[in-house]
Design a protein around this ligand. Structure first.
Ligand code: GLY
Ligand code: MN
Ligand code: MN
Length: 431
């Protein structure tokens, strides 16, 4: 385990303290079918993993602070030698207690029998519906059974509340152990980008550059954090382009958006560079503009600043630059207010990063107010500009002359909020 058992316990203690008289239920991820009877490689549910470190499917964690004997209960797949011959060693019920710190553990097949004792005395059930429909039905039936008894008993879980609103604020502040993993994977991903940049040249195919990136991840025991985006020329104007089948042409820019994952902790890096080593005048002008926006935005990522501020400054720099280059006409304030930059810059400037690439966490705390950064927060900073190659792909994009068309640029770094400012974890790739 890369994160110590004591840290998982600490996380559960923090959550238990927030539950009051409530009971929380978290489920492992189900297996996903690739084709026929072949499954995708298993990927644990991030909430479940954050609280347990347990990496098997068909498991349920219950937190019941009000129960007399057991606060943390695991339901897991029991040992099964025949199944284990095919799919590997299962932890089993006994080891679930010893290794994962459960006060009590049961076979998952006994869920219906044992769950009621952890629900009936609670005043509220915390559970995230919609991730596993079959399980949802089962949990709802248990809850309803308890609800029907409230009138008679005088106690019971009256309300069902989504568990994420309690848990996700915890995930938003990274611990020292999490930061060690996040730093490692950021550094490895930087190595992968540098190698891919060295390899890229006209005539190569995007998938070959992808192979170089993912080879580097694999050689260090990491996996791609998300489908690698390797987008030559106008392909870069498709934000989540993952086809990666085109040939790199002399004169193209190549946009690479790729990161690795260690122990489910992710990096997310984008660089854009000329395949032949030399920018055209237009490519250079747009690149320098995106870079200026990114550097300005990074300055806004610090404790006490609201989450929207770095986006707003990026929009401001980009819009002013588009005016200076003649790609937008009008005055800065009006263009920003009317969102006239959006045909060229249609996404936000970043997101929380952690166990999920688009990590859990609160962006807005009320209709008006944004989250305020605190030390331990990790975000991406990823402004870009995308000049559609054809008018059809972006209907209200202003008509711009041919030499600008088909240029897509994004620059993305992972930025940690520290006590004194910030730290760019992905500084190992040149800009
Ligand atoms: N790689 C997806 C993103 O940058 O958000
Ligand atoms: Mn990215
Ligand atoms: Mn990103």
């Amino acid at each position: 385990m890369a994160i110590a058992a004591a840290e998982y316990q600490q996380r559960r203690q923090t959550l238990l303290a927030k539950l009051g008289q409530g009971t929380a239920i978290f489920a492992s991820a189900p297996l996903a079918t690739m084709h026929n009877d072949v499954e995708y490689r298993f990927r644990q549910d991030s909430d479940f993993y954050y609280l347990t470190g347990f990496n098997e499917t068909n498991a349920i964690a219950v937190l019941a602070p009000h129960h007399e004997e057991h606060q943390f209960i695991l339901f897991v797949q029991p040992k099964d030698p025949e199944q284990e011959t095919w799919t590997g060693i299962l932890t089993g019920v006994e080891a679930a207690k010893e290794r994962y710190g459960a006060d009590e553990a049961y076979p998952i097949t006994e869920l219906d029998e044992h769950l009621p004792q952890y629900l009936k005395k609670s005043d509220r059930l915390y559970y995230s519906l919609g991730r596993n429909e079959r399980l949802d039905g089962r949990i709802l039936r248990h809850w309803q059974r308890c609800v029907r008894k409230i009138a008679k008993n005088g106690y019971g879980p009256r309300a069902l509340e989504d568990a994420r609103f309690l848990l996700h604020p915890l995930r938003q502040v990274k611990s020292a152990a999490e930061l060690m993993l996040l730093r490692q994977v950021a550094e490895l991903s930087a190595v992968a980008h540098n190698r891919a940049q060295k390899l890229a040249k006209p005539g190569l195919y995007e998938y070959q550059v992808q192979a170089e990136l993912e080879h580097t991840f694999a050689m260090h025991g990491a996996e791609p954090a998300y489908p690698s985006i390797v987008a030559a020329g106008a392909n870069a104007c498709v934000l989540h382009y993952i086809d990666n089948r085109s040939q790199l042409q002399d004169g193209d820019l190549l946009l690479i958006d790729a990161g690795g994952a260690y122990n489910y902790y992710n990096a997310d890096i984008t660089r854009t560079f000329p395949v032949n080593g030399k920018f055209t005048k237009q490519q250079q002008a747009l690149y320098e503009l995106v870079l200026a926006a990114q550097l300005k935005a990074i300055e806004e990522v610090k404790a006490g600043k609201a989450y929207n501020e770095y986006h707003d400054i990026a929009v401001c720099v980009l819009t002013q630059g588009l005016i200076d280059l003649g790609l937008l006409q009008g005055d800065l304030e009006t263009l920003i207010e009317e969102e006239k930059y959006k045909p060229f810059y249609m996404h936000r400037t970043g997101h929380w990063l952690g166990l999920d690439v688009h990590d859990s966490g609160t962006y807005k705390v009320s209709e008006e107010d944004w989250s305020v950064f605190e030390p331990g927060n990790l975000v991406t900073v990823e402004p870009g500009l995308y000049i559609s190659p054809t008018i059809e792909t972006a209907e209200d994009q202003p008509d711009v002359s041919e030499e600008w068309r088909g240029i897509g640029i994004r620059i993305e770094d992972d930025v940690l909020v520290t006590e004194t400012g910030n730290e760019v974890l992905t500084a190992g790739v040149p800009k």
